[in-house]
Design a binder for this molecule. Structure first.
Ligand SMILES: [Zn+2]
Length: 262
């Protein structure tokens, strides 16, 4: 492979009341959990977010793993074992040991669930996020599943603080985007043919919530989220399309099921 490519996966089909994602919104919504594989010509395979742990796809273990009632609230009955990131990578012919870097938007239970599948990778996270995840405030505590972190002290972590050009070549730029969590970050991928796109994580949970600046009930700081959303809107205005992790329309526009963007 001589040039950078990327593809996306839905590593956690979830769903339920829309007001869990956009405060006071009526109705229900089906949501993907977007993860991406970027293959860098020099540095190999980079995984963006790891989705939900396999225990949550098992009705016998889900409540124990996430906490009582959470799997039902987020519609985890939709999850099948083959949706989990390790199974999806294998289906694409990628063995877990081939993943050189795992980059986390943040460490909530639908983003860090696969952490323990990659013992040999470099795990890239904002310093504020990993510190906060170990002792979150009470109201965000259910979103940080301590079972996801069982191997965290054995893993090779690259902590960063602020915006960061991962390989120093402009191909993968991390932009700190606090609000939903203290150390959330988004990823700007510079594709050689298509140009720049932004994997915008949970800076918006649904397009309409983002456009109207409506918070999500578990946002860590609504004030920080508002400032982040202003920056994200300017990024989009500048011609860089945003793809939110849990918006089905956004996910449907990304390459998937063996398709790639370059
Ligand atoms: Zn999320």
């Amino acid at each position: 492979m001589t040039k950078l490519t990327m593809t996306a996966m839905n590593v956690g089909p979830l769903g339920g009341a829309k007001n869990l994602l956009v405060a006071f919104a009526p109705g229900n919504v089906e949501t993907p959990t977007t993860s991406a594989i970027v293959e860098h010509p020099k540095h190999g395979i980079v995984l963006w977010d790891t989705g939900v742990n396999d225990a949550v796809a098992d009705p016998e273990r889900a409540d124990d793993y996430w906490g009582s009632g959470l799997p039902a609230a987020f519609g985890a009955e939709r999850l099948k074992r083959e949706d989990i990131v390790d199974a999806q990578l294998k289906k694409l012919g990628i063995s877990l040991g081939d993943v050189r870097y795992v980059v986390y938007s943040h460490l909530h239970l639908d983003h860090a669930g696969g952490m323990s599948y990659f013992p040999d990778a470099v795990h890239v996270v904002q310093r504020d996020e990993v510190r906060y995840a170990m002792w979150p405030d009470a109201w965000t505590r259910p979103m940080y599943c301590q079972n996801d972190f069982r191997d965290i002290r054995k893993l090779n972590f690259l902590e960063i603080d602020g915006d960061f050009d991962l390989f120093g070549d402009g191909s993968l730029k991390l932009v700190k985007a606090p609000g939903h969590s203290p150390g959330q970050q988004v990823l700007v991928v510079d594709l050689p043919n298509r140009g720049r796109i932004c994997l915008a994580a949970d800076t918006g949970h649904q397009r309409d919530g983002f456009e109207n600046m409506v918070p999500m009930p578990w946002d860590w700081s609504i004030s920080a989220m508002s400032m982040t959303r202003m920056r994200m809107k300017q990024l989009e205005r500048s011609g860089v399309p945003l793809f939110f992790c849990h918006d089905m329309d956004d996910f449907s526009k990304l390459p998937q099921s063996g398709q790639f963007w370059d």
